[in-house]
Design a protein around this ligand. Structure first.
Ligand SMILES: [Zn+2]
Length: 296
């Protein structure tokens, strides 16, 4: 992926605060720019615009589309995310409070609630909240995340043992403030877990600037692992684990979309899994997963 235009633009980088960027790519309704100092790729956007995007994109049709993948969501995401908590939260056996920011249609929170966690979920999409309520009897708070407002209205949203946000940070105009706000609700010994799409993913390597990850209007930030490390330092958080993951269903889709490999049966199972493992070891998995805690 290369920059199309080197003309200097005056935008403030949400990560390093440098006031100079260059155009990275142009789409029908928005542009992505690249920070001239830290190479972070972001969409210059006003905070209130993202609320409008979310109500337009995450509507009843989106919920219906997601319903087709319920089984996959439980197997590949909810169960995996639960395992991460078991691995990295030393007091997981005792359960406790769990806050999920951006609960979507509620599968992960439903799973955690069903095994005894005291859960709270916040989700701005009205259609997704209705689905979670009807399907899992899960009362999500239908709102944008505001830590002060949340703590004032939900006593269990303070001193939280585990805070998660899966594929949420890329939708934030100010990722540092978002992380600081989430951390303000975290118990001193608690952990935060999150995932974001990986700028260096195979998906982006295959599709270049036309990748669905880059051309989604509500993806405001595009992170590498180095950018996540920088973000943690800025938000006074300490990394516990940082890795990339190439889920197998995603991998099969990625591989199938490469022209010469349309017939994925041309790759043996061993070759396919070896490739998946190589991507994960090289930091090129589809998503970056981060586990972190409060800095000392
Ligand atoms: Zn920067």
């Amino acid at each position: 992926m290369s920059t199309n235009n080197e003309t200097s633009l005056s935008y403030r980088c949400p990560l390093c605060e440098h006031h100079e960027a260059v155009l990275f790519s142009t789409y029908p309704t928005f542009q992505l720019v690249k920070c001239a100092q830290c190479a972070f790729i972001y969409q210059p956007v006003l905070e209130h615009q993202i609320e409008q995007y979310i109500s337009e994109i995450y509507d009843a049709q989106w919920v219906q589309m997601r319903e087709q993948y319920t089984e996959q969501t439980f197997h590949e995401h909810a169960a995996f995310n639960h395992l991460l908590i078991q691995m990295f939260y030393p007091y997981a056996a005792e359960k406790g409070r769990l806050l999920e920011i951006g609960s979507g249609t509620g599968e992960f929170l439903h799973l955690m609630n069903s095994i005894g966690w005291d859960v709270i979920g916040i989700e701005p999409s009205v259609a997704a909240c209705e689905y979670a309520s009807q399907t899992f009897n899960l009362p999500l708070r239908c709102d944008m995340f505001d830590p002060v407002k949340l703590a004032a209205s939900e006593p269990i949203a303070t001193d939280v043992q585990v805070i998660c946000f899966w594929h949420v940070l890329e939708h934030q105009a100010d990722p540092i403030s978002f992380l600081q706000g989430a951390a303000s609700l975290l118990h001193q010994d608690g952990i935060m877990l999150f995932s974001v799409p990986n700028l260096r993913s195979l998906t982006n390597q295959i599709h270049g600037l036309q990748s669905p990850l880059l051309s989604e209007r509500d993806h405001l930030s595009h992170f590498t692992m180095e950018h996540i490390q920088m973000l943690l330092r800025k938000a006074n958080l300490q990394s516990v684990s940082l890795f990339t993951r190439q889920e197998i269903n995603r991998h099969v889709r990625d591989v199938s979309s490469i022209g010469q490999l349309k017939d994925k049966s041309s790759l043996s199972l061993q070759q396919l899994v070896k490739w998946q493992a190589e991507l994960q070891s090289n930091g090129e998995g589809h998503e970056i997963v981060c586990v972190c805690k409060k800095g000392s």
